[in-house]
Design a protein around this ligand. Structure first.
Ligand code: ATP
Length: 921
């Protein structure tokens, strides 16, 4: 969002207003917070906007010109700025650059920092959340077109980049943003930004990918503020050298950026923006991590949302519906952030996953060591954010002490970790730099409970600096002398109420009430007269005042210098601190997994090469916990057997699990039918959540689980309304289904819930039908397909690796009871009307619906059966599913031997066919 100003060049402006105009000229798209005394003032159009957005009173500065003005007290500015940022505004802080008392003429003012949604730390942010500033950059053209996505969390200094190539590059880049949910996105203004530009959709881009930029609407759809910058910022000639300069490297190869110019360019554009908005020296920004999408188990933005991995689908639901909330037993903010990041980006590297599972297993089984480990992390504060504040120069002595205290816990964490012996624990313990040199230095420099700021001194310990100690001594002895003077003068003058006082304007003075003014000695010099009292000074007092004040000023100066030195040494260790923070985060994460496994009786999933997904008595972790906590009942465990493609059976023919079939005979696609509310969606989501947990390296809520690693999880669940995006529910559903059918592999896990619901019944059924066939025959991925189209269950008669499953209900006199058990077989009816009755539909409507249903069922079941069976007639089946009569005629015609047909036979066949047609109609 931008604001405009109507300041016109005017020689009649006051010097201060000229400064304001210069600031506005330099930052035309920001609201200027202009410091005047104890207030930040806004003028002109900025004032009108701020008054409206913050409900401030609008006044006028210069009555004659009626310049609109409003303001906020400087000490409360942060809250107001935050509110503006959340509404998508930018704010430029124009501060006083010198002490007004010392300034000759008008106080010098300058814009010290521009705050934007992606750069200003949101104080309401949860410890587990990151605040991303992202950038998109396109490099190359034609088949070589690439779109880079870089992102930074300025509060922690985490800086990373990735890129996408080919025709879908923009769509994939936008999907990456959808998963990341950044606060602000930078991109080139681009020539095609005009209103004529079509939204970029998956698969739509041709060879001109690099020339296309996303429309602001697409960026704002992911809830981010969109910040277009000039195109040249996004050129590799400009951005890559800038990035190298920031990272202080000669080549970017060491960061894994070889051949990834688009990723590097996006990262360089971020550096440009941070500098343009004066985000400080950014010493902590010294590494960039390149990641590739397929390093991890891929979850697209839709799946992350549908599965409620980290955020609830509906904000009103609260966080309790998310997997993150259910899993979070982390002790540190770094651990929480890693858990969140991990859940949306689980691993695909079997060795790494097994390494974690081994470590989790060891800690889960050893309560003493596990608890010792978790205790060692108690009180660990947010190392990364504290470091970020030091780097952004917004950390006072208290923050640095907090950083030191947290660093001081690292040796304890390290030794607790090293008591565990699995390879991953050992690696983590050995790699955890205890940083005792730095924590020691902080502890020796700063007092334990320092003041908030350095302004009044008292932050540095005694013994650190000889001169500081002397000056402190001087001001202490000075104060004692002041007390002695007060005592002596009281005796000399006989005025008991005589006081020696201090204020910042008059310095030290002797105050005597008016009633005693007759007793004032002649050597007192009058300084000030008040209503009830008079203030005096003496040569002795003046001399002492001079000494004390200089000593104080000088010691504050020394404290500032020592603090700056300490800050520099913290920043010099920034890389080590970040590295330790990263290890600590993983130690915490594995501790959390172990805790959950032990507490909730979860088991270690067994990873295999074969594309199997076998879960014995699995539970949905979120629903189970919810049922437990609300006392609403017990979760009913269910098993699942899927395998992507045929495997050679084990030589001895031994069953893998008791009661469970060999995975070679597992279906690749399970079609689940059953009543609404029966538990179909829960069963589908449970499968995905268990896979995600396993590939994060966590134990899972089941009796047993075997898993061949999954490359992507796809979900098409329920109707996700996206009318705001200008696409109907059905269009969204089909787009998501298209993405699955075009990109799923035999290693994927596909969940389709009630596909085809949003259109005419037969259209929907036909689409669902064809989709099942495609998934079964061509893709072969492990698929769960929940449906209300009972007709689909007939497919089991001709698709070998399709199995029907149903959720079971019990019928009794009162209606139906949901058992939530999943068993083999197709549901016999859908109970939709029963569920509607439970929901309270009027009994007259229910009765009529039953009648209508009977009529339809009779007609339809006959037709569908004829279409599907016998199975040999597969070729024409899709076309003729609902026209069995015409199919029979076609069949007859096909069978006819035209050459051997007499004209008479031909005529009688024709008459017969016509009869049949008429009779059928
Ligand atoms: N295995 C289970 N054990 C206990 N309760 C369950 C189980 N599965 C589901 N439930 C409960 O039943 C409710 C309905 O489940 P779910 O939404 O999965 O049904 P559904 O068959 O998908 O319904 P619809 O077809 O209307 O979408 C859930 O909110 C949950 O509380």
């Amino acid at each position: 969002m931008t604001t405009t100003t109507d300041i016109s060049p005017d020689a009649g402006l006051t010097p201060a207003m000229r400064q304001h105009r210069a600031a506005k000229d330099a930052y035309p798209d920001a609201l200027i917070f202009f410091r005047m005394g104890d207030f930040y003032e806004l003028f002109y159009e900025d004032a009108v906007v701020a008054a409206r957005e913050l409900q401030l009173t609008l006044t006028a500065r210069d009555k004659a010109r009626s310049v609109p003005m409003c303001g906020v007290p400087y000490h409360a500015a942060a809250g107001y700025v935050q509110r503006l940022l959340r509404k998508g505004f930018r704010v430029a802080m124009c501060d006083q650059m010198e002490d007004p008392k010392l300034a000759k003429g008008v106080v010098k003012r300058e814009v010290t920092r521009v705050l934007t949604p992606g750069t200003a730390l949101d104080s309401t942010l949860e410890a587990s959340q990151s605040q991303w500033l992202a950038a998109l950059a396109a490099v190359g053209s034609g088949a070589n077109a690439c779109v880079g996505v870089a992102s930074i969390d300025l509060s922690t200094g985490e800086f990373r980049a990735t890129e996408f190539a080919g025709g879908d590059a923009w769509a994939l880049a936008l999907d990456e943003l959808g998963r990341m949910r950044p606060a602000e996105v930078l991109h080139a203004q681009g020539a095609s930004f005009g209103s004529g530009a079509k939204p970029v959709r998956q698969g739509e881009l041709g060879s001109d990918a690099a020339a296309r930029t996303p429309k602001p609407a697409e960026v704002s759809e992911i809830g981010a503020t969109d910040t277009p910058l000039e195109d040249w910022v996004f050129t590799d000639e400009y951005a890559l050298p800038l990035l190298r300069q920031q990272l202080k490297v000669y080549s970017l190869d060491g960061m894994g950026l070889t051949g990834h110019a688009a990723a590097g360019t996006a990262a360089g554009a971020i550096v440009h923006y941070l500098r343009a908005t004066k985000q400080g020296a950014l010493e902590h920004l010294d590494t960039l991590r390149f990641y590739a999408r397929n390093d991890a188990l891929e979850l697209d933005a839709v799946t992350v949302r549908h599965l409620e991995l980290v955020d609830p689908l509906l904000a009103s639901d609260g966080p309790q519906t998310t997997l993150f909330w259910t899993m979070d037993a982390c002790c540190t903010p770094m651990g929480k952030r890693l858990l969140r990041a991990q859940l949306v980006r689980p691993m695909q590297d079997r060795t790494a996953i097994d390494g974690r599972l081994e470590a989790v297993g060891e800690a889960a089984a050893d309560i003493r060591r596990r608890e010792a480990l978790r205790r060692s992390m108690e009180g660990v504060l947010d190392l990364e954010r504290l470091l970020g504040r030091v780097a952004l120069d917004s950390a006072g002595p208290r923050e640095v002490v907090a950083l030191g205290n947290t660093l001081a816990k690292l040796p304890g964490v390290r030794s607790a970790t090293s008591l565990l012996v699995s390879a991953r624990w050992t690696e983590l313990a050995q790699g955890l730099d205890p940083l005792d040199d730095l924590s020691g230095r902080i502890g020796m420099t700063l007092v334990e409970e320092p003041p908030v700021t350095l302004n009044d001194g008292g932050a540095i310990r005694g013994g650190v600096d000889g001169e500081l100690d002397e000056l402190r001594e001087l001001s202490t002895s000075g104060r004692q002398r002041l007390a002695a003077i007060e005592e002596r003068e009281r005796t000399r003058t006989g005025i008991n109420s005589l006081k020696v006082r201090f204020n910042s304007v008059f310095g030290y003075y002797i105050e005597i009430t008016k009633a005693n003014s007759k007793a004032v000695p002649s050597d007192y010099e009058r300084k000030q007269t008040l209503v009830n009292a008079e203030r005096f000074t003496t040569p002795e007092l003046k001399e002492l005042e001079q000494k004390i004040l200089t000593a104080q000023e000088r010691s504050v100066e020394i404290e500032r210098r020592l603090f700056a030195e300490l800050r520099a040494s913290v920043l010099a260790s920034a890389g080590r601190i970040r590295e330790s923070a990263r290890r600590l985060a993983e130690i915490d994460l594995l501790g959390c997994f172990a805790h959950m496994a032990a507490l909730r009786g979860w088991v270690r999933p067994v990873l295999e090469d074969s594309p199997v997904l076998e879960v014995i008595h699995g539970r949905h972790p979120v629903v189970e916990r919810h049922l437990e906590e609300s006392g609403a009942g017990r979760f009913v465990p269910n098993s699942l057997y899927l395998c992507a493609h045929e495997l050679t059976p084990t030589r001895d023919g031994r069953a893998v699990t008791d009661g469970a079939p060999e995975s070679s005979s597992h279906p690749s696609l399970a079609l689940i039918t059953g009543p609404n509310m029966g538990g179909k969606s829960t069963y589908l989501r449970q499968a995905a959540l268990l896979v995600i947990l396993a590939q994060c390296g966590s134990f899972v809520p089941a009796e047993r689980m075997r898993l061949g690693l999954v490359d992507r999880v796809y979900t098409r669940i329920g109707a996700s309304d996206n009318v705001a995006r200008g696409r109907s529910t059905f269009m969204v559903e089909m787009t998501e289904t298209a993405a699955i059918l075009n990109t799923a592999t035999e290693r994927s896990l596909v969940l389709l819930d009630e596909m085809g619901r949003g259109t005419a019944t037969y259209d929907g059924l036909s689409l669902a039908w064809a989709t099942v066939e495609q998934l079964h025959n061509i893709i072969g991925a492990r698929t769960l397909f929940a449906t209300h189209y009972h007709e689909l269950t007939l497919l089991a008669e001709r698709l070998a690796r399709l199995e029907n499953l149903r959720v079971v209900v019990k019928e009794n006199a009162g209606g139906i009871v949901f058992l939530h058990t999943v068993e083999r077989g197709a549901a016999s009816k859908s109970y939709g009307i029963e569920v509607a009755r439970l929901a309270g539909l009027p009994s007259s409507v229910i009765a009529r619906a039953r009648e209508v249903l009977k009529l339809h069922e009779r007609a339809e079941s006959q037709q569908v059966r004829e279409a599907v069976v016998p199975a040999e007639r597969t070729a024409s089946m899709q076309m003729t599913m609902f026209t069995p009569l015409s199919q029979r005629i076609v069949d007859r015609l096909e069978e006819v031997d035209v050459d051997g047909l007499t004209p008479r036979d031909a005529l009688s066949l024709l008459a017969e066919l016509q009869r049949e047609l008429k009779g059928g109609a």
